[in-house]
Design a protein. Structure first.
Length: 360
């Protein structure tokens, strides 16, 4: 019998409508970059910088979604990093995470909430990220987990031993130190990167919750009556957001990066504010032990009477320490170049005056 000739293979022609369908599918690719805490002081600047740079596929997770965020055209998700279901939805389809969700408080009464948010929330996020194949997490911590000393004669860098005996007194910094440990433990393995960013006091425009710039408002409102004996470091929030973006690309796994623009005593800090605001800087400076002890006594009495204390004892105690830092590593590896501190103070004063003091 004659062999049946093989059938000729003809190329399939894809109908035009299937191309349109494919294009529609491409548009539905989920966001690949997640930002937790994207509505906070630093988070808002970071989100806006990413959008302005042309970044695509951004998802922002926050406990509430403001109108300005919706107007940016990013994907939003209302939820908390302390809720496992919220976290699972947030990390779906994500490859990179900026983890900024947090709470800044000097109150010991907020210790439990801060531990749950910073430590337990970070564990949940890291575990969920590992499951879906996230490659990089850039974590927002604080310079206060490393750079704080009693005398100010040392300027710590990232190799400085964490001063746990000092920061254990204040729930915020203690919870941030444990947050770093939790992240390093949970997000670790081949091909994974965890980069920890440690900015000092954030100043600049846009702090609508006064999470960082309250000291400027208090000075301008003449609520600061004595000069603390310690010193501080501060950094512009806009430079910090830029450093986070670079860290996502260049930061090394398991490394910390201190971010600060300047190290000043409070005397110098208030003198500079006096020049900008025309508000007289306080001249009274009490011995350290008298200042802290007196504040604690007054604070304790008011709490016993169920009244709001006129003094924040923990804040006064912290201001007796030196929060100096060396940012050479961030400059070397991330190209971190902070702007002139005078410009940052000027912009902060202008923002506070226009938004909280009626332009006065």
């Amino acid at each position: 019998m004659p062999k049946t000739p093989p059938k000729k293979r003809t190329a399939q022609i894809v109908p035009k409508q299937s191309t349109k369908k494919h294009a529609a599918i491409v548009k539905k690719v989920p966001p690949t970059t997640l930002i937790t805490g994207g509505t906070g002081f630093l988070g808002a600047h970071l989100v806006r910088q990413l959008v302005e740079s042309g970044a695509k596929n951004i998802r922002v997770m926050a406990t509430s979604i403001p109108e300005w965020l919706v107007g940016l055209g990013v994907d939003t998700l209302e939820g908390s990093v302390t809720n496992a279901d919220d976290v699972a939805r947030a990390v779906e389809g994500v490859t990179d995470i900026y983890h900024l969700a947090g709470k800044v408080s000097r109150e010991k009464d907020d210790a439990r909430e801060m531990f749950k948010l910073h430590v337990e929330g970070t564990r949940l996020l890291c575990d969920a990220a590992m499951k879906v194949g996230v490659k990089t997490i850039v974590l927002a911590s604080s310079s206060g987990t490393i750079a704080v000393t009693e005398k100010g004669d040392t300027v710590p860098d990232e190799t400085y031993p964490p001063p746990l005996d000092i920061i254990a007194r204040w729930p915020y910094y203690a919870s941030k130190a444990y947050q770093e440990m939790a992240a390093l433990e949970r997000f670790n393995g081949k091909g994974l990167r965890l980069v920890i960013m440690n900015p000092s006091l954030l100043l600049g425009p846009g702090d609508d919750r006064l999470s960082s710039t309250k000291v400027i408002l208090d000075f301008m409102a003449r609520k600061i009556t004595a000069v603390p004996n310690g010193g501080l470091s501060f950094v512009d929030v806009r430079n910090t957001a830029q450093a986070f973006r670079v860290a996502m690309q260049k930061g090394r796994h398991g490394q910390r990066y201190l971010l600060g623009a300047v190290n000043w005593t409070f005397v110098k800090f208030f003198d500079r504010l006096e020049r900008l605001t025309k508000v007289a800087s306080p001249r009274l400076a009490l011995p350290s032990k008298v200042t802290v002890t007196g504040a604690k006594v007054i604070d304790s009495l008011f709490r016993q009477w169920n009244f709001a204390s006129p003094l924040e004892a923990d804040t006064i105690e912290m201001a007796e320490y030196f929060w100096y830092l060396n940012h050479a590593k961030a400059r070397r590896e991330l190209g971190f170049t902070p702007r002139d501190p005078g410009d940052t103070l000027n912009d902060t004063v202008r923002y506070v005056r226009e938004n909280f003091l009626g332009g006065k």
